[in-house]
Write a new protein. Structure first.
Lengths: 286, 345, 245
């Protein structure tokens, strides 16, 4: 009984992490129509920044937000000065992000070596909470809470603010958005940086239990891809639901069929692609 | 018509010359290390040509072909490790790979363009996860060893030269079959679906099925290349399934120039040589790979072969007429098509 | 016999009706003109008829055979061909190759991966004959990208005619042509034999009036007036929505 409960809590924790990772990916994809293949790299880079800051005794939350800002800066610069120049050429844009993914991976290997880093869970977030006689690992719940807060913040931003209105216009119809005078290019940089920051923040949040190691980037990237294929591109709700589906499948799959956990991840994607190719919450693009 | 045969003759001569050079290469190089690099170039060229069926002629950019390449290698390696013969293992490997390609196709052809790329990437990464995590089947990170190379018709392939000739025969068969398919009605249909999908359907073509067959063809030759890779290394590990392999293959295709037969071959040679040279001095291959990607998409998006062809035509024009005419539309400098990829066959 | 019959066809995009309720019956051998101001739903109607869009409700029949749920390619094999308002041809290939692709689309040979496509003499000859019909035989070997806009419009028609369609749908074949070129296209359409039923969309009424026996006036996705040339021109609603424009 308690095993299942632990698994469920872990699933919520991983789902929360995946949401932080994939919500940015989904927004970038929805707005700019490119899958950002650097997204896993942002996650890993952020995690490395975070563990370095933590190593210097920086407060956990300051480290997580600092890593997010640093990565946002890097992402913003790449978007502004390189991706921008290839506007409208989708394939070169994708290949550029792929090229940077390789470079970031190699730079991380150079700087942080091949050994895994695993920061301790911050003392005030460690341990377990007791609810109704059952113990829950506090840290997973914190991740879930952070993801929920971010989800609400993103939802408010996208649905209720002027910026959000521009993003929605851009997602629905970029040419029209341009015609009505939305500065699409600045919007792109902003959303790209935001996505990078969220991924990096997720990297730091994940570090205490996933640890950080070379190859983490390309392990996280397909998870973000699957979440977005499942949920539908450009949909925050889709990213949220997709993240928790994958979080649950991964944890329960790992526990019940450790060898096949990866195959199990594949199944919902397969179903969605066959039955509803636009994703659970995606719009049909004509 | 005489103009055409006048064009064909030097082309035939060039091909004959190239084949002759490839045939005598081991005698000429003499050193096993370099002959092995030549073998690598040949089987990676087969892989790149396979990917080019989709990327170049079909306009479908796959980032998951490492999964097909490795599927053949793993299937054969695992069957060999269980004591099956080479013929059984290799045949089964190709069948499994083509079947896998069918699964890839059914899923990824739900989308085109970026959606296609994302789905192939996701499937490729899942296969990587299986190779890496399903240790009871794949032996995980330790990989699978293959104790011997096959001896078809009693020919010894254990040495560098013998294996080179095997690669050469396969390579020539691949190039030959690609040349035939590309010029065939099916090839013309495939290119049509790349350029004008809607129009092709209105003309009576089954766009989905054309792409499906193209995927199987691509999968078959990817599998053949994967088998050669397995026998070359006599070892396979999850690293082969990694995104890096898919990206390298894509780099070979776009570096050389898509939708040409020569492009992927040149691209394969380039990437293999660079990888060997770079690896000899530094361990930063991934960084170099990334930098090349960025340089190519930024400065030579059309690829080296069409890029050089354009340069060559321009230079010849300049030699003949004495002065450069950048504005005049020359015979080779065709106007940019909407896809941005120009075919030179 | 009725060549093309459309019944109660309805299509909306996001709650907005593009085709509200269209009924249409085109007799075999007829020349039908469909007119209407911009946004009347003319091209949507064509896209519904060719199958590029699926209708919300209603049915389409070709020579009495229901094709409402048939895919685009099947309709081509059943004898439907169309030209496009926006030219979508194969720019890198020669005119001959373009028309040969149209011929190949209906030939079982299209699946053959072993023979040489360019070397298919019969297809090449038919393609050249189709090009000759539209007066472009001398340009057969020229890449499409190096031809003029008016020539491309005629290649469109050559490709459609090469397929020997029973029903030919023409989407603004005169768009963007000079007066001389219009005359040429008009002449070649008039020369098409009666075993081909033709339905033409035209935004500009005066260029196409001569072409049709019967005219259908579409407005906001509905048929408003239908009848002979004289009837439609004289109809007060035509003046109201169209001619007074």
């Amino acid at each position: 009984m308690s095993l299942w409960l632990t698994l469920a809590v872990n699933s919520f924790g991983l789902g929360g992490l995946l949401f932080l990772l994939s919500s940015g990916f989904s927004l970038i994809f929805g707005l700019m129509r490119i899958p950002n293949l650097m997204h896993g790299s942002f996650f890993m880079l952020g995690a490395y920044f975070g563990v370095t800051l933590l190593d210097r005794g920086v407060n956990f939350w300051v480290a997580a937000i600092g890593a997010g800002l640093l990565t946002a800066l890097i992402g913003g610069l790449i978007e502004r000065f390189l991706l921008r120049r290839l506007e409208g050429q989708v394939l070169p844009q994708v290949l550029l992000t792929l090229g940077f993914a390789f470079i970031i991976g190699d730079v991380c290997l150079m700087v942080w070596t091949g050994d895994p880093w695993q920061p301790a869970t911050p003392a005030h977030l460690a341990g377990a909470v007791q609810v109704a006689g059952l113990f829950f690992p506090l840290y997973r719940l914190v991740i879930l809470a952070v993801a929920v807060v971010v989800a609400i913040a993103l939802w408010i931003m996208v649905d209720w603010t002027r910026l959000g209105a521009m993003i929605r216009a851009g997602v629905d119809d970029p040419p029209i958005a341009r015609v009505v005078g939305i500065r699409v290019s600045q919007l792109f940089t902003l959303v790209f940086s935001l996505g990078a920051a969220l991924a990096a923040f997720a990297g730091v949040m994940g570090a205490p239990y996933l640890s950080v190691y070379p190859g983490l980037d390309f392990e996280m990237l397909p998870l973000a891809l699957i979440v977005v294929i499942l949920g539908g591109t450009g949909s925050l709700l889709g990213a949220l639901v997709g993240s928790f589906i994958i979080g649950f499948l991964y944890n329960f799959g790992q526990a019940m069929f450790p060898d096949l956990a990866y195959v199990i991840l594949f199944l919902p994607m397969l179903l969605v692609l066959v039955l509803r190719p636009q994703g659970l919450f995606g719009k049909v693009v004509t | 018509m005489s103009a055409v045969s006048g064009l064909l003759a030097p082309r035939t001569a060039a091909i004959a010359m190239a084949v002759l050079l490839l045939l005598v290469l081991p005698l000429w190089v003499g050193n096993a290390y370099y002959v092995n690099i030549a073998s690598q170039i040949l089987f990676f060229a087969v892989f790149a040509l396979a990917l080019n069926v989709l990327v170049g002629y079909g306009g479908l950019t796959s980032l998951g072909h490492a999964g097909l390449f490795a599927m053949a290698g793993y299937t054969a390696a695992l069957l060999l490790a269980r004591g099956h013969g080479h013929l059984v293992a290799d045949t089964a490997a190709l069948l499994v790979t083509v079947a896998t390609a069918a699964v890839y196709a059914v899923l990824s052809l739900r989308a085109t363009g970026i959606g296609f790329l994302m789905i192939t990437l996701a499937i490729g990464q899942i296969l990587w996860g299986i190779a890496y995590r399903w240790a009871s089947l794949t032996n995980g990170d330790n990989g699978v060893n293959v104790s011997s190379r096959p001896m078809p018709f009693g020919l010894d392939l254990s040495g560098a030269d013998g294996f080179y000739y095997l690669c050469l025969v396969v390579f020539l068969a691949c190039v030959g079959s690609m040349a035939v398919v590309v010029r065939s009605p099916f090839g013309a249909s495939l290119r049509g679906t790349r350029d004008q999908e809607r129009r092709m359907a209105a003309l009576g073509y089954d766009v989905w099925l054309i792409r499906f067959w193209a995927f199987l063809l691509s999968g078959f030759w990817s599998g053949v290349a994967g088998l050669l890779f397995l026998y070359y290394n006599q070892f396979i590990s999850p690293q082969v399934v990694a995104l890096t392999t898919s990206a390298e293959a894509l780099l070979m295709v776009i570096a050389g120039g898509t939708a040409t037969l020569l492009g992927p071959i040149v691209g394969a040679a380039l990437v293999v040589i660079m990888k060997n040279v770079v690896s000899a001095y530094i361990v930063r291959w991934n960084m170099v790979l990334g930098i090349i990607f960025i340089l190519i998409v930024s400065f030579m998006p059309e690829g080296l072969v069409p890029g050089s062809a354009r340069l060559w035509a321009w230079a010849r024009h300049r030699l003949r007429h004495g002065k450069p005419k950048p504005a005049a539309p020359g015979p080779v400098a065709a106007p940019p098509a909407s896809g941005g990829k120009e075919g030179v066959r | 016999m009725i060549a093309l019959e459309v019944r109660a066809l309805k299509k909306s995009f996001g709650g907005l009706y593009v085709t509200r309720r269209v009924d249409l019956a085109v007799e075999e051998g007829e020349r039908r003109l469909i007119i209407g101001p911009n946004g009347a739903g003319k091209t949507t109607l064509f896209n519904l008829v060719t199958g590029e869009i699926t209708p919300d409700s209603g049915s389409i029949a070709l020579f009495g055979r229901d094709i409402t749920r048939k895919p685009v390619r099947t309709r081509a094999h059943l004898g439907m061909a169309r030209t496009y308002q926006i030219i979508t041809l194969f720019g890198r290939d020669t005119l001959r190759h373009n028309v040969m692709l149209a011929l190949l689309g209906l030939s079982p040979r299209r699946w053959n991966p072993l023979i040489d496509f360019a070397g298919q003499r019969d297809l090449a000859e038919q393609a050249e004959a189709a090009l000759a019909r539209v007066g472009l035989a001398h340009l057969a070997g020229r890449p499409l990208a190096e031809t003029s806009y008016g020539e491309r419009r005629r290649v469109e028609i050559a490709m459609a005619l090469a397929q020997k369609p029973r029903v030919l749908l023409l989407d603004e074949p005169f768009a963007g042509l000079s007066i001389d070129e219009r005359q040429d296209v008009h002449r070649l359409l008039m020369a098409v034999p009666r075993d081909v039923t033709m339905v033409m969309i035209e935004h500009n009424m005066d260029v196409a009036l001569e072409f049709a026996e019967r005219i259908t006036l579409l407005h906001f996705g509905e048929v408003i007036v239908e009848g002979t040339r004289a009837e439609v021109v004289a109809h007060p609603r035509t003046r109201e929505v169209y001619l007074g424009h």
